[in-house]
Design a protein around this ligand. Structure first.
Ligand SMILES: Nc1ncnc2c1ncn2[C@@H]1O[C@H](COP(=O)(O)OP(=O)(O)OP(=O)(O)O)[C@@H](O)[C@H]1O
Ligand SMILES: [Mg+2]
Length: 351
């Protein structure tokens, strides 16, 4: 599917990258709102002098230090004894975007044998310095950083990484650092992390608004009534819009598809709730109480991240917007599903 709109976001991010690197950018938003797609579009449209390194941590299974390190790099068979020439050669026909930081295989093996994270970071600093000295502007993009949240190598790796990001941005102004995540609890932790205070900026990529959703569907031959139906069920969640466009192309009825999606999502949430009821009756009641609030409002400002909120966010039912303190369902379908599910649990469960 062709990339659609996001004019404002593309413009905003392009502008941010024009500045000298100073802050770490965290791009966050509800699940499947189009964060990864957006950043890839940003990369595609970058000017000549930028070199973007896009590293997707979710695409790999990472349980150990060396697995993490390997994901960062793109190995070549170059002889590492001649690193100066290697750096020089790198600049010839340097692509505009890369999946990892280039490194000679032998050097990577040495670094892994040494097992020191400082060596990894020092090497990356060298690569970026070399790029900068030659008029290039490196950008380090890490997608789904929360994957390594709990990984330990002489202490939590994530803190070492944060220090490294601070060094790349605020201290050396060497490379832009962009981190993407759909895990709003992770973003909340980052937000409250003292070491990152005033060193980060947060950029929300939300589902499409009504106008964009309407334009997207019109472009895909949806009539007014169908558009209203889709908006009522899915809001502007890009993945859902693409899904329903495909269903229509297959000749399926749009409303029927929306209804069956809701039944399916409500079923999933109900299953989760029954499981919770068996495991922790008290928490289950609190979650129901929390869900009850969405009978009357689409979102509200939370006071505290209590266990019930954390449960619902972890299950990808609710989303926390740290910037505004808003707590809302991950999408319109979740809002409807919550209300469907509530009908099935008798009021007495709440007492
Ligand atoms: N602007 C867009 N134009 C067309 N399709 C889009 C757009 N944004 C997102 N999509 C589609 O929506 C789907 C979900 O997008 P994407 O994976 O980028 O979301 P995400 O926010 O990164 O998800 P996650 O929360 O899982 O990380 C993709 O299939 C993508 O093709
Ligand atoms: Mg993504």
């Amino acid at each position: 599917m062709e990339f659609f709109n996001r004019k404002k976001e593309l413009e905003d991010l392009k502008k941010l990258l024009l500045f000298e690197p100073n802050l770490i950018y965290f791009i966050y938003g509800p699940i499947n709102s189009g964060k990864t797609t957006l950043i890839n579009e940003v990369i595609k449209n970058l000017d000549e002098e930028y070199v973007a390194f896009y590293i997707d941590l979710r695409a790999h299974f990472i349980s150990k230090y060396d697995e993490f390190v390997r994901v960062l790099f793109d190995v070549s068979s170059y002889d590492s004894r001649n690193i100066k020439k290697y750096f020089k050669d790198l600049l010839i026909d340097m692509p505009h975007s890369l999946g990892g930081i280039p490194i000679p295989k032998t050097l990577l093996n040495e670094i892994l044998d040494e097992n020191k994270s400082e060596d990894v970071f020092n090497y990356i600093l060298n690569v970026f310095e070399n790029l900068k000295n030659n008029g290039k502007k490196p950008i380090l993009i890490i997608d789904e950083l929360q994957v390594i949240e709990d990984l330990k190598i002489n202490g939590y790796l994530i803190y070492k990484l944060f220090n490294f990001f601070i060094s790349l941005t605020k201290q050396r102004h060497l490379s832009h650092v962009v981190v993407l995540t759909s895990d709003s609890l992770f973003i909340n932790k980052v937000y409250n992390e003292a070491m990152l205070q005033d060193r980060c900026k947060y950029y929300l990529v939300d589902d499409f608004d009504y106008k964009t959703t309407r334009e997207f569907l019109i472009k895909n031959n949806f009539g007014s009534e169908e558009i209203e139906t889709v908006w009522n069920y899915f809001g502007g969640k890009p993945i859902k819009l693409i899904d329903v466009i495909q269903e229509k192309l297959l000749g399926n009825d749009v409303e029927e598809y929306c209804k069956s999606s809701l039944i399916f999502r409500a079923r999933q949430i109900k299953d989760e709730l029954y499981k919770l009821k068996r495991e922790d009756e008290n928490l289950f009641k609190n979650v129901l109480g929390l869900f009850e609030r969405y009978k009357h409002v689409d979102s509200f400002i939370y006071e505290e991240l209590t266990d019930d909120v954390i449960w619902a966010v972890k299950k990808n039912i609710l989303f926390v917007n740290i910037k505004t303190g808003e707590l809302k369902p991950q999408g319109k379908l979740e809002l409807l599903a919550i209300n469907e599910v509530l009908k099935d649990f008798v009021v007495s469960e709440l007492r």
